[in-house]
Design a protein around this ligand. Structure first.
Ligand code: NAP
Length: 265
């Protein structure tokens, strides 16, 4: 990535990511700081705009419009969750789709659904990268995704389908979650509930990918899966922290470089 950023610089283009953080959610503040570090490591100019929680929607939309119109800005990301009073659909839809490195603009969501992504959805693409690095074949495998959010669960389903997996998606109204997860050759959990997935919910030999980032009783980062129970049963399992999170961050950097490269053609 550093090489690609360097090549852009040699042509007078400084890849630039603008992150907007509204409010003072402590987890979001950490994620944004991590993005700043990642940008610095990848040769991207990362700039964070920190706005108060009472920022009005029209003020935020005006800032997004200004960044959309600035040719020096290649990527725009608005850190979620938003404080109450801000409409997610309106805000994500206001970002120029060619700068939407988080792949949440309706046009980019549609392109992902049509298997023609302009930008890869960061977390699901990070999961796919982990599976590929581990050499896990997806064709014909039964993948169970727990969670159906726009950011993780749904695009995860689409990327897995595009790779010819058979996909089941579970959510809060799924009856007998364990009954479904026990059928999974590949289980991806993206809920945000500590200890939701216990060892008896994992099929022996399954691949287990834990997307979630929860705080455990000691205040440390932990996933949805009870790692100590699932690890001896699974053929492959991702830890939290140190699993999906860093891959998500890498895909965001990749999308930003890609946006800059496209603008420079
Ligand atoms: P979200 O928008 O809150 O979605 C959670 C999903 O889990 C919803 O679809 C919900 O179902 C489902 N759910 C809730 N309780 C359930 C239960 N008991 N059984 C089955 N499904 C249940 O969360 P998100 O933004 O997708 O994030 C999910 C987790 O991933 C969080 O811990 C978040 O911090 C983490 N995350 C990690 C990364 C990373 O880089 N590692 C990136 C993004 C998010 P309904 O739709 O029915 O409500």
């Amino acid at each position: 990535m550093l090489n690609r950023a360097q090549r852009l610089r040699e042509r007078g283009i400084e890849p630039r990511l603008e992150v907007i953080l509204v409010g003072d959610d402590p987890a979001s503040a950490i994620y944004v700081r991590n993005k700043e570090k990642d940008c610095a490591e990848c040769g991207i100019l990362g700039n964070t705009r920190r706005l108060p929680a009472n920022t009005r929607q029209d003020e935020l939309l005006a800032l997004i419009a200004a960044l959309n119109g600035d040719p020096g800005v290649h990527g725009i990301l608005i850190q979620q969750p938003f404080p109450p009073g801000l409409d997610t659909f309106t805000i994500t839809g206001a970002v120029d789709p060619n700068k939407d490195v988080d792949a949440l603009h309706p046009e980019n969501v549609g392109l992902i659904a049509l298997d023609r992504p302009r930008f890869l959805p960061c977390t699901p693409a990070g999961v796919m990268a982990l599976l590929d690095i581990a050499g896990i074949d997806l064709k014909g495998k039964h993948c169970v995704v727990v969670g159906r959010s726009h950011i993780v669960g749904k695009p995860m389903m689409q990327l897995l389908l595009a790779r010819h997996a058979t996909v089941t998606v579970c959510h809060s109204r799924t009856r007998d979650l364990g009954e479904v997860t026990r059928q999974a050759d590949i289980l991806v959990s993206a809920v945000g509930k500590l200890a939701l997935i216990t060892g008896d919910m994992v099929k022996p030999g399954a691949v287990v990918v834990d997307v979630a980032m929860n705080k455990n009783l000691e205040g440390k980062l932990a996933g949805d899966v009870v790692f100590s129970e699932a690890e001896p049963i699974a053929s492959y399992i991702t830890p939290v922290p140190g699993g999906v999170g860093p891959m998500t961050r890498a895909i965001l950097m990749q999308n930003t470089i890609l946006a800059a490269e496209r603008r420079s053609i």
